[in-house]
Design a protein around this ligand. Structure first.
Ligand SMILES: [Zn+2]
Length: 269
């Protein structure tokens, strides 16, 4: 079976072509032809951050947003407010992490509670990924909150697997800053080591969401691969994560049956 020589796609998940003797997937061929300028992206991020004095940090209590909060407060000296959107299925360990980290960094923490069970229920019933809908709803909630508080910037722990800019213009003049653009997983772990962050034992490599593991499993059973394939392949392509770690992340997760049952029960499935 042909495997892309740059990322983790193979013939089952993408079209692979031989280019100059090397097997490459379509997305890697495109990437190599239009390689993002990493220095330019970094420069853009620094120029933007130089203007930010106050921001909301989208804080899920997971590892990436913890790194983002740390950088905002300690590296960029921003007046930050950590805002967690609890969609009803955030692991209690993540909420404990969020409270501990916010206190340690001396940043105010606001928790907004909503019910996303409609998104999750639909995802399970159709064996789809809930992530995109969940994250766009969360960004909308945060945008409204930022508007109410008169804050222009929302910092998130997103990386930059697609696109060429470390920011996104949202409506009403709010700007989302992807603070971890081009930051490697190794660099993130180095920061986490300095913080009182405790890794919870959750299925599906997440550090905060109870739905992800069972949703990945359900999707895997139907389609034979992970719905995170594309994003994780992009991280490998950008050199932000090793192939070995990536392959582990896209493997079928082990989900304890009782957790699965509990979530299905909460969602009335
Ligand atoms: Zn590839």
């Amino acid at each position: 079976m042909l495997k892309c020589s740059l990322c983790i796609y193979d013939e089952r998940t993408a079209k692979i072509r031989i280019v100059d003797g090397k097997p490459l997937c379509k997305e890697c061929i495109h990437y190599l032809a239009h390689k993002p300028d990493k220095n330019k992206i970094r420069g853009e991020l620094e120029a933007l951050m130089a203007n930010v004095d106050r921001a909301i940090v989208a804080f899920s209590g997971g590892k990436d947003s913890t790194v983002a909060l740390y950088l905002a407060k300690e590296f960029y000296n921003i007046e930050a407010e950590a805002v967690m959107v609890d969609h009803g299925f955030i692991a209690k360990e993540a909420i404990a992490n969020a409270k501990r980290i916010a206190q340690y960094l001396d940043v105010p923490l606001t928790i907004l509670r909503y019910d996303y069970s409609d998104i999750f229920k639909e995802a399970f019933l159709k064996a789809k990924s809930p992530c995109r809908k969940c994250s766009s709803r969360t960004m909308r909630r945060l945008r409204k909150y930022a508007l109410k508080k008169g804050i222009k910037y929302i910092i998130t722990g997103h990386e930059l697997p697609f696109g060429h800019h470390p920011y996104r213009l949202m409506s009403d003049g709010i700007i989302q800053i992807r603070l971890l653009s081009l930051m490697t997983e190794k660099e993130r772990f180095k920061i986490l080591e300095k913080l009182p962050f405790k890794f919870p034992e959750l299925a599906g490599y997440t550090t905060n969401c109870l739905v992800l593991g069972p949703a990945l499993k359900k999707y895997y059973e139907k389609h034979g691969y992970s719905f995170e394939m594309r994003r994780i392949a992009a991280l490998v392509r950008y050199g932000l994560i090793s192939k070995e770690k990536a392959l582990k992340k896209i493997s079928k997760p082990e989900v304890p049956e009782e957790i699965e049952r509990k979530i299905y029960k909460c969602l009335n499935i």
